[in-house]
Write a protein that binds this ligand. Sequence first.
Ligand SMILES: [Zn+2]
Length: 344
Amino acid sequence: MTRTSINFSSRIKFWVISIALPVCLFSDSPLRLSWPTPNPAFARGMGYSAFIQKTGPSKEFSSGVFGCVRNNGYKFHEGLDLYPLKRDRQGQAEDRVFAAMKGTIVHLNKNSAHSAYGKYLVMEHSDLQPSLYTLYAHLASIEPNLQKGSIVDVAKPLGKMGNSASYFIPLERSHLHFEIGLRLTDEFQLWFSRKDFKTANRHGNYSGFNLVGIDPIPFYASFQKKSFSKPIEYLRSLPIQTKVRIKTKKIPDFVIRYPTLAPTFKKGSTFKAWDCSFGPFGIPLRLDPSTQSSTKDPMIKILSFDLAMQNKPCRKLVLKEGSNFVPSDQLKTYLELIFGLNLG
Ligand SMILES: [Zn+2]
């Protein structure tokens, strides 16, 4: 038995005998998925308290999950915070962090001061469609043999969990910040340079601005239940929060990179605009070229939106202004990044 070929019936036994190894899930599915820490609690169906790092002693465990969970719901948290099972005598986390899926290391940041993510690395999983990214942040260390371009198999070690960040995270709140999602553009620097941020972009296309996450918990749960076998099936099951038409004839690299998210696009076809469907918290789920745009249409035309899905105070895509509904700055930012536009 190898780490990556554990079948369902032997999984419990494996955890009992070897708690410090990765928790490999669903190896008989086309998507080979591993929990990114050695903690088997999620796969055993245990609650948040068994694996989620909350933001403070008096806070709820839900403060460490994905969504509008920070600052009374006004601040978005793009991933999961997962606590360590083991610590040394000084209280340093000892848990290793594992690749959630097979993929390529596309970015490593070894200088904590250079990012709110601290020491972090990003993988892209180009065997999949769409080619998801995963991100592993606040690491104490990165495996010394890893570099940009390294191919890492599912469940292989990436580094050690820690509390590194450009801000202060107390040792007792050491955790892995873990994300899964999609990348908006290959030309992030062009957008960043236009925005006059007063800081350097040290992370190329792997700045958090350019990464849009999905909630890892239902993602893992759906593959555990074998509801889906491929990421595209999962993404297609997500509800559409907002659909907009943007008046541009540009062909964004997003469409070329993720062809399964643009199934109606044909090279060489003529169109006037793009219909863009965004899922929960703004994940772009589908782009379709459209011939329907008229000269009277605004640059961004809201085609539909689900107000009930916008019941949280953060990451709203559509805002009410008087009797009108208008695109939020967040939605404009996503569209700017995807299409390389300046929407003011
Ligand atoms: Zn986090």
